[in-house]
Write a protein that binds this ligand. Structure first.
Ligand SMILES: O=C(O)CCC(=O)C(=O)O
Ligand SMILES: [Fe+2]
Length: 400
């Protein structure tokens, strides 16, 4: 992609977002009623509600919305494609830091979170796994669509078969899919738009899932894995946004076998090359199976010294420090060839203790995506919410 094209689109923002003037009161309210705690009237929009939600989910306060609408992308992205099969865009930041920090506080306070436990089976052996972070998910794969019922109420969404526009059979999903709430849907649409502008081939990704991780401290983590499940289709485009405390994001190439990547391959990482090599990495670790392999490093990822041919490109592990508002878009052959992780961070003080939210936008193409994402990110345990006084997640409902 020509650098000029990117720069032209992502020219630096010169305006700083301002709090909007208070909107007029509703025409039929002759005497404005005072709002508790001086909440501006525009912040009192009704929350997103849906029978699948355990709680109503607040709308973005207008100052955060204005910040997102007027100041993103805050910087032009840096392309990182200097290693085989690697195709990243790094916005540093995508959301200006003050707005990103407010968005972090808002989402931590308003979203339902889960600490999912599940059973993993390897042959005859069953292991109980505790996901080492808080998670939640919204969205549905492309075979189903949330459609607004007649009457224009944005909260009256029904789930229909995408093709036939008929109600989905009761047995289609083992979970109850949740529509992406307005506060995350604005982000989704914006990220799609910047992404389209950055794609040399003018393709517009359209995301139908929003996964959220909350890392409460340096003890919370995600092990090396790749998001290359078949239910995401070929060469998935995944946008990953960081909010709150800074954390390291590590990437390493999947293991190579003799005859793997050569300098020639590195010079032309077209789909053919990528496809040929991706098969050599063995089974990729999914969000579930990576957990089984230890949540710190993945046993199938250590490349033995003898496994590389003499003329290989040196494959370096990548370490990026992701701060509040940063966004990394992983594209092309990245997922089928590279693993990524957020390692634990030692020490009881510092950035990790601020907590960090990660939001990924993805597109699921078959119904297995929906079952998988809800199983591992909502599960069947209790629902927790952030408590501002206790400064921790508190169990609010022992069911989802
Ligand atoms: O927290 C992050 O930056 C990474 C999250 C991630 O890799 C995932 O949810 O699949
Ligand atoms: Fe991931």
């Amino acid at each position: 992609m020509a650098k000029r094209t990117l720069d032209a689109f992502f020219k630096p923002q010169t305006t700083t977002p301002k709090r909007p003037k208070t909107e007029p009161f509703e025409p039929n309210s002759a005497i404005p009623t005072p709002k508790p705690n001086n909440i501006p009237i525009e912040d009192t929009k009704p929350p997103s509600q849906h029978p699948s939600y355990p709680i109503p989910i607040a709308q973005l306060p207008s100052h955060i919305k204005v910040g997102l609408e007027h100041a993103t992308p805050a910087t032009a992205p840096r392309e990182i494609n200097n290693q085989p099969h690697l195709d990243l865009l790094h916005f540093q930041p995508y959301i200006p830091r003050p707005t990103a920090n407010e968005l972090f506080n808002f989402l931590r306070r308003e979203l339902p979170f889960y600490r999912v436990q599940y059973t993993a089976r390897r042959g005859d052996i069953e292991t109980q796994i505790s996901t080492p972070r808080w998670t939640t998910v919204f969205g549905v794969d492309e075979t189903s669509t949330f459609i607004q019922e007649p009457g224009n109420n944005p909260n009256s969404l029904v789930l229909l078969e995408t093709k036939t526009k008929t109600p989905i059979p009761k047995t289609k999903y083992q979970c109850t899919p949740r529509p992406i709430p307005a506060c995350l849907d604005l982000l989704r649409r914006q990220v799609e738009a910047v992404n389209a502008a950055a794609n040399a081939d003018n393709t517009t990704p359209s995301y139908n899932f929003c996964l959220v991780n909350y890392y409460a401290s340096g003890e919370d983590s995600i092990a090396f894995h790749s998001d290359d499940e078949r239910f995401l289709g070929r060469e998935p485009n995944i946008a990953s946004l960081s909010l709150g405390g800074e954390r390291d994001f590590l990437m390493k190439h999947k293991p190579l076998v003799p005859g793997g990547i050569t300098n020639r391959a590195a010079g032309g990482c077209g789909p053919g090359t990528a496809h040929a090599i991706s098969g050599l990495g063995g089974t990729s670790a999914t969000r579930a199976s990576c957990t089984v392999s230890g949540e710190t490093s993945n046993s199938n990822t250590a490349s033995s010294p003898g496994s590389r041919p003499a003329a290989t490109v040196p494959l370096q592990q990548i370490k990026m420090s992701l701060g509040s508002g940063d966004m990394v878009i992983m594209r092309g052959a990245t997922q089928s060839n590279w693993l990524h992780s957020i390692p634990k961070r030692k020490g009881k003080a510092g950035e990790a203790m601020r907590g960090r939210i990660n939001i990924t936008f993805r597109r699921g193409v078959v119904h297995g995506a929906t079952n998988n994402y809800y199983h591992y990110n909502v599960g069947s345990g209790g629902m927790y919410r952030w408590d501002e006084v206790a400064r921790e997640m508190i169990l609010r409902d022992s069911k989802q």
